[in-house]
Design a protein around this ligand. Sequence first.
Ligand SMILES: [Zn+2]
Length: 122
Amino acid sequence: MAGTKQPEHPDVLRVSFRDVEIEFVPLKAPEDTWGTHTVEADGISIALEESLEGLELTQTSLHETFHAIIHAYMPAGTTRNLKPGDECEEAYVDAIATGLVQVFRDNPDYLEYVYRSIKQES
Ligand SMILES: [Zn+2]
């Protein structure tokens, strides 16, 4: 929406028992990438292309967050058919991120319901 101020993206997300650091860096050039996640023994971090905004930023942020969720809740060895970083994980994560944005965009009452329901429980 023209004139609507972009909400501020958080620098850290709590995923399971971990703090996932988010950084905005140039990724589009030379890697031609919009977002990445890094999994290391001491944690997970996410990098997002610094020029992203609006729905593209939201969708990419959700995409990388879903990778972090998979690594946090489905550690290696328990992922059944999913292997970290493989094409199957990529396809699921991409479909869920794209689909969730569409479902929330086209069903704002549902987004409000989910938000209020979670707030009530916390
Ligand atoms: Zn991905």
